[in-house]
Ligand binder design. Structure first.
Ligand code: CA
Length: 231
């Protein structure tokens, strides 16, 4: 349930099934799309942690989809791995130049694909599966789904937990309310900016007794940032 969400965009059913099967077995949550249109609908619904895109799709090519995703302010941080039957070096360069984070040539082994996914997620600053994140006495156990401060369990509602998890895995980066909504709820929801502010306030209240509320920083007219540095 808490696995990273991977969006698999591939029109060939057999390959898509094979990839989805391998990913699920490795603990990922998987969403499938058979063309660019379905992929864009899935992205609008809930932003995944990573997208695998086949180069050859029936509607818009995987390359064009990648370009479009990287152009969109809400999705441009989404890590993308391109899948292709083409082995030419020129194609690889074209894929990477257009925003793909990595490139896997078919046929590939499930193990190779998993290793590439893990590497790209690590580079993207998103955490791997079931890790323990630590930040100055604050410890987040993803498997146990709890946060402790010097051993004390921090009582957090689900939403606040997810937000803190999001921030702890991306320290020092500023996120607008709009981005937080897209990443935590999906942009296709009725969640408003005010909800983010309420969630932030509750997080700060929970952290305040430990003097750690200062980590949740407001960046004027930009959004919020998680940092242990003075503002
Ligand atoms: Ca294809």
């Amino acid at each position: 349930m808490h696995g990273k969400l991977i969006l698999v965009v591939e029109d060939e059913r057999a390959i898509r099934d094979m990839i989805a099967f391998g990913l699920k077995r490795a603990g990922y949550a998987v969403r499938e799309a058979e063309d660019s249109r379905a992929a864009r609908a899935a992205l609008a619904d809930r932003l995944p942690d990573l997208m695998l895109v086949d180069w050859m799709l029936p509607d818009m090519s995987g390359l064009e989809l990648t370009r479009a995703v990287k152009r969109d302010r809400l999705t441009r941080e989404l890590p993308i791995i391109m899948l292709t039957a083409r082995a030419e070096e020129g194609d690889k360069v074209t894929g990477l130049e257009n925003g793909a984070d990595d490139y896997v040539t078919k046929p590939f082994s499930p193990r190779e694909l998993l290793a590439r996914i893990a590497a790209v997620l690590r580079r993207a600053g998103t955490v791997g599966l079931n890790q323990v994140l630590e930040f100055e006495g604050l410890k987040l156990d993803q498997q146990g789904q709890r946060i402790t401060i010097n051993g004390d369990v921090l009582p957090l509602a689900r939403t606040e937990f997810r937000m803190l998890e999001f921030f702890m895995s991306r320290p020092e980066r500023v996120f607008s309310r709009e981005q937080l909504i897209a990443r935590l709820w999906g942009s296709d929801t009725s969640v408003e900016d005010r909800t983010i502010d309420v969630c932030i306030r509750r997080l700060r209240m929970a952290l305040e007794p430990y003097g750690l509320d200062r980590y949740i920083q407001t960046v004027r007219s930009a959004g919020y940032r998680f940092s242990n540095k003075a503002q």
